[in-house]
Write a protein that binds this ligand. Structure first.
Ligand SMILES: Cc1cc2nc3c(=O)[nH]c(=O)nc-3n(C[C@H](O)[C@H](O)[C@H](O)COP(=O)(O)OP(=O)(O)OC[C@H]3O[C@@H](n4cnc5c(N)ncnc54)[C@H](O)[C@@H]3O)c2cc1C
Ligand code: FES
Length: 262
């Protein structure tokens, strides 16, 4: 897969909640090669603070040469990104990693928790473009509260796929965890679960799928320095022993290929 370094102009800035921002960037080369589950590395500051680029899932890639990222402010890098303005440019490198492998003929269950719902929008769009009967598919989204999920629900609804939402505090959708939603679903054993979210949630999804013999692909996070397999900073334990690099072997893995240490 070709990778590109682009000076991406910020086209749109959306403060979707007090803690979350969505940026639309003009990055035509990255947009052309991006697939759901791929990520980009973005330099957040102008100088050496912070020195390292930060990884973000591609939230959407639009045919007019634009990509979107959706992030929560957690530290210095995301704080700087949240202060950017329309018209400024960002140094963006990507698309990187291995994305979701869409099984076009099989029912799809998209399961997202917290910021993990970011890459699932792009995935939902591409699944809809497969042109098959989508009536057995499901999108299941969970967040801590209304702010985590409500701003993105209209974007997910545009595809017409069945959608259910839960929040930990019940402030939006039903109260509960997204894993409760999955538990209550009649999952077709020939289907594929595509998940992204915090590690404990993914571990539970992986266990659920393993118990029922359902294929499961998970997108995981790790601290990253290079994003290209050079620094060994993003190793995770493989189920067969040894390590895998999140940046080049993932971030999307078959759940059975990872050692779930919880
Ligand atoms: C492949 C990949 C895709 C990602 N996609 C997204 C995305 O789409 N949207 C998004 O918001 N984030 C995403 N992340 C996480 C994102 O890279 C980090 O939130 C970001 O690097 C934090 O940078 P910072 O400089 O703001 O914080 P740092 O200064 O690096 O960290 C500040 C503090 O926040 C903690 N922290 C770091 N990352 C997180 C996190 N994810 N959640 C909670 N606390 C954290 C650190 O441990 C530290 O205590 C992704 C990560 C990976 C590896
Ligand atoms: S981030 Fe450097 S090896 Fe993966």
């Amino acid at each position: 897969m070709a990778q590109h370094q682009e000076k991406a102009r910020i086209i749109r800035f959306e403060q979707l909640s007090p803690e979350t921002v969505r940026l639309t960037l003009a990055a035509p080369q990255i947009a052309a090669d991006a697939r759901p589950g791929h990520f980009v590395m973005i330099r957040a500051g102008l100088g050496k603070d912070p020195l390292l680029r930060r990884p973000f899932s591609i939230h959407q890639a639009i045919s007019n040469g634009q990509i979107q990222i959706y992030f929560r402010v957690v530290g210095r890098g995301t704080e700087l990104l949240a202060k950017t303005k329309v018209g400024e440019t960002l140094d963006v490198f990507g698309p990187l990693g291995r994305g979701y492998r869409i099984e076009a003929e099989r029912p799809a269950y998209l399961v997202g928790g917290g910021l993990g719902i970011a890459p699932l929008l792009f995935l939902a769009q591409r699944i809809c473009q497969t042109g098959r009967d989508l009536s057995r598919d499901q999108i299941l989204l969970g967040g801590r509260s209304r702010d985590d999920v409500a701003p993105l629900v209209p974007d997910f609804q545009q595809f017409g796929l069945p959608l259910q939402v839960v929040t930990d505090d019940g402030s939006y959708g039903r109260p509960g965890l997204v894993t409760d939603l999955l538990d209550g679903e009649r999952i077709d054993p020939s289907g594929v679960v595509y998940a992204c979210g915090p590690e404990p949630m993914l571990a539970q999804v992986a266990r659920f799928c393993a118990d029922r013999g359902v294929a499961c692909q998970v997108s995981i996070e790790s601290v990253m320095a290079c994003g290209m397999g050079a620094c060994l900073g993003c190793n995770v334990d493989a189920s067969g022993g040894g390590y895998l690099h999140v940046c080049i072997d993932g971030p999307v893995f078959n759940a059975e290929d990872l050692a779930w240490n919880m």
